[in-house]
Design a binder for this molecule. Structure first.
Ligand code: SF4
Length: 207
């Protein structure tokens, strides 16, 4: 989607925005307003948001509209997710959200350059499109999706590159949750610098 169409980030291709409970990682359980942007070029086979991949399906929406909606509910925190939100200039959106006193959490694969200011960066690297070096520096948490035992090696390769402050999470891929969870539990017990993240929103049957 062209910069001209997005007016330098004054408009963004919005898929959906809604108030719910963050279900994953360090902030799991926290009420948060989700802003989901369309467009992703990573192509994970197990992606549960494939409907977001084509940004042309989501006409650009003025960010003032999104910020007004987000700040009109009781949310204290915002999750910017996708798709891959770093496909777009996020400076204007994050400035306006911060001006309203909201905390901002980013979910990213780290495969595109950073823009915008965030209070927390959840970095979830994907084998299909390896991340940029910048993502390892910016990450507050590393969340690696585990679909099979071979993904533990990918997890360790990424953990070796993040900073000391970065928290480490292994998250079972939802479609194989029952099969893979026992292996993740045993792996975390043997490598206790890892935490386990489960998608608690799925157990709560909320978006
Ligand atoms: S990076 Fe995220 S949105 Fe993109 S394909 Fe992978 S899981 Fe889906």
């Amino acid at each position: 989607m062209s910069d001209a169409l997005l007016e330098g980030g004054a408009k963004l291709p919005l898929v959906e925005d809604f108030y719910t409970i963050q279900g994953e990682g360090f902030h799991a359980g926290k009420p948060a307003y989700f802003i989901r942007l369309g467009g992703c070029d990573v192509g994970c086979s197990w992606c549960d948001a494939k409907y977001t991949w084509n940004p042309k399906l989501y006409p650009p929406v003025p960010i003032s509209t999104i910020v007004d909606r987000a700040s009109s509910c009781a949310a204290q925190a915002i999750v910017i997710t996708g798709g891959e939100p770093l496909l777009y200039p996020l400076g204007p959106l994050t400035r306006q959200l911060h001006d309203r006193g909201l905390e901002i959490f980013l979910e990213t694969s780290g495969s595109h350059p950073f823009s915008g200011e965030f209070d927390w960066v959840c970095f979830s690297p994907k084998v299909k499109q390896p991340p940029l070096d910048e993502a390892y520096v910016r990450a507050d948490e590393l969340k690696v999706i585990i679909g099979s035992e071979k993904d533990f090696e990918w997890a360790e390769n990424n953990a070796a590159k993040v900073t000391e402050r970065c928290l480490l999470y292994l998250q079972p891929e939802w479609s194989v949750y029952d099969r893979i969870l026992p292996a993740i539990v045993e792996y975390a017990k043997a490598h206790p610098w890892w935490n386990i993240s489960v998608q608690v929103h799925k157990f709560m049957h909320i978006p």
